[in-house]
Design a protein around this ligand. Structure first.
Ligand code: COD
Ligand code: ZN
Ligand code: ZN
Length: 375
């Protein structure tokens, strides 16, 4: 048992005191884990756009809050009843829990565990937080809160992984990489020899390309309005890249001509209604599958020609790539250790934790794909 077990830990955390404010590095108190909880020493954490949604107000959270949801760390101590992780285990916190009991968890094809914190309740199951700062409770974020040296998560929101895995790389398996890679490997189940089209070549789109490549796609077409994205997309597996701006025709017609009408899979990784319809129309009218990966803008409706579906297309979406988080994240780590994919292409910046605001500046300027903060 560690010397800190059962005691409050004082450590550094990046606290957000309110909307649209910079992170403030503060000393916080992290309470010991209660029943079915684990306290984790975070070693590395990535910056994801969803963290910024909490800052900007695009996503509702309670303030003050500790955000961050893509990380790797080591279990420091566990609460009563915890059996699946122990102190010293290397782990990845999971913003998508796997409780094993809800309607999604008990079905082999479901992954959207009902315990996911989409409404921003910001507390653990007993309705309280484990963080305090300057005498005030500080709220949790997406069952994880990783922009801190120590966090507390519930047992169903943490996956034990290979102890030899490098935390500064596998932290990406906690969100961005798994989301994109799973969209191709798990949700679309791309078959070898097929043609895939990826709309949006940010970090998640690049991970979709890596998934299509791992699945054995023979042609992978990347689409972005920004041609600066093409070089990296090609280096992770795109066989060609195009910008819709270079064509007068609708993009589905362009793609049909380019591929002799053989697009098996399309992926929307932009998060816009127009590209969702473009992606649907671009997959083969009879056997094509289109996957919505980008989160749609809130309270917006789509209008589309149902003939697009009537002819045989499949339209799907996924959260976290469709992976069952506790079952699949350890396997993804094993695949990473076996060099089945490479995360270095996605990690453009590595910064010390106290430079978190610089990390977000890189995100806003579009200079980073993923920035990883080291504690
Ligand atoms: N056509 C083609 N490309 C476009 C268009 C367009 N009309 N508009 C923008 N783009 C390009 C941009 O130039 C950019 O290269 C890319 O689309 C978007 O990339 P990024 O870098 O902004 O973002 P990513 O890849 O990190 O993430 C994008 C998502 C849409 C996937 C992300 O915001 C999202 O919605 N994630 C999934 C939601 C989810 O699973 N959340 C759970 C926890 S995060
Ligand atoms: Zn994320
Ligand atoms: Zn569940």
């Amino acid at each position: 048992m560690s010397s800190t077990a059962g005691k409050v830990i004082k450590c550094k955390a990046a606290v957000l005191w309110g909307l649209k404010q910079p992170f403030s590095i503060e000393e916080v108190e992290v309470a010991p884990p209660k029943t079915y909880e684990a306290r984790i020493k975070i070693l590395a954490t990535g910056i994801c756009r969803t963290d910024d949604h909490a800052i900007s107000g695009a996503m509702t959270v309670k303030f003050p809050v500790i955000v961050g949801h893509e990380a790797a760390g080591v279990v420091e101590s566990i609460g009563e009843g915890v059996t699946t992780v122990k102190p010293g285990d290397m782990v990845i916190p999971l913003f998508l829990p796997q409780c094993g009991k809800c309607s999604s968890c008990i079905n082999p094809n479901g992954n959207l565990c009902e315990k996911i914190d989409v409404t921003g309740k910001g507390v653990l199951s007993d309705g309280t937080t484990r963080f305090t700062c300057k005498g005030k409770p500080v709220y949790h974020f997406m069952n994880t809160s990783t922009f801190t040296e120590y966090t507390v998560v519930e047992e169903d929101s943490v996956a034990k992984i290979d102890s030899a895995a490098p935390p500064e790389k596998v932290c990406l398996l906690g969100c961005g990489f798994s989301t994109g890679y799973g969209a191709a490997m798990k949700t679309a189940q791309v078959i070898p020899g097929s043609t895939c089209v990826v709309f949006g070549l940010g970090g998640v789109g690049l991970s979709v390309i890596m998934g299509c490549k791992s699945a054995g796609a023979s042609r992978i077409i990347g689409i972005d309005l920004n041609k600066d994205k093409f070089e990296k997309a090609k280096s992770v597996g795109a066989t060609e890249c195009i910008s819709p701006k270079d064509y007068k025709k609708p993009i589905n017609e362009v793609l049909s001509e380019m591929t002799n009408n053989s697009v098996g899979y399309t992926f929307e990784v932009v998060g816009r209604l127009e590209t969702m319809i473009d992606a649907l129309a671009s997959c083969h009218m009879s056997y094509g599958t289109s996957v919505v990966v980008g989160a749609p803008p809130s309270s917006k409706m789509l209008t589309y020609d149902p003939m697009l579906l009537f002819t045989g297309r499949t339209w799907k979406g996924c959260v976290f790539g469709g992976w069952k988080s506790r079952d699949d994240v350890p396997k993804l780590v094993t695949d990473f250790m076996a060099k089945k994919f490479d995360l270095d292409e996605l990690i453009t910046h590595v910064l010390p934790f106290n430079k978190i605001n610089e990390g977000f500046e890189l995100l806003y300027k579009g200079e980073s794909i993923r920035s990883v903060l080291l504690m």
